[in-house]
Ligand binder design. Structure first.
Ligand SMILES: *[C@@H]1O[C@H](CO)[C@@H](O)[C@H](O)[C@H]1NC(C)=O
Ligand SMILES: *[C@@H]1O[C@H](CO)[C@@H](O)[C@H](O)[C@H]1NC(C)=O
Length: 150
């Protein structure tokens, strides 16, 4: 391999590993918190293209306005306006980068995996991700468009 090819591969790998892409999102009712940033990795261009059989890291940084012992994530895929439950392997928010109990006015980064099953259809959809507190209210609710590709 010549020098430039090696350099190209190295640069590409660096990009692939550091492109925790800040994703444009819409807030869908974060009544108990405020989201400052959503990162998805890898997502080199938006809307994020999710390849079947791969897993994506979702990182939601938010400030809680309430105290909560526990928190639970609920994910939906919204297809033509209809929310369909989307299974995530770990729904316990306290096991997803958040140190519980949650305290008010503290900044948290919720980090979890979004696995894309091979059986999913190759369509565009909106992912709706909620993190629910002890009182069944949303610490955050965010929406972002994605495209599932082969
Ligand atoms: C999540 O995003 C926040 C804000 O950009 C960052 O400080 C934190 O290191 C990220 N966490 C992970 C595990 O990538
Ligand atoms: C929080 O989770 C712990 C451990 O699962 C449980 O014992 C406790 O009852 C939960 N608290 C609330 C307020 O749901």
């Amino acid at each position: 391999m010549d020098y430039y090819r090696v350099l190209g591969v190295v640069l590409f790998s660096l990009l692939a590993y550091t492109n925790a892409e800040q994703v444009k999102f819409a807030d869908c009712g974060s009544t108990e918190g405020k989201v400052s940033e959503v990162n998805i990795q890898p997502c080199p261009s938006q809307p994020c293209q999710l390849h079947k059989g791969q897993s994506y890291t979702v990182n939601v940084t938010f400030t809680s306005s309430v105290a909560s012992q526990n928190c639970t994530a609920v994910v939906h895929g919204v297809v033509s306006g209809i929310p369909v439950p989307f299974h995530i392997p770990q729904s316990d928010g306290c096991k997803s980068g958040i140190q519980c109990p949650i305290e008010p006015q503290k900044v948290y980064s919720y980090v979890n995996q979004l696995p894309v099953k091979t059986g999913y259809p190759a369509i565009k959809l909106v992912v709706e991700w909620e993190l629910i507190d002890d009182f069944s209210k949303d610490l955050f609710c965010i929406k972002f468009p994605v495209q599932i590709v082969n």
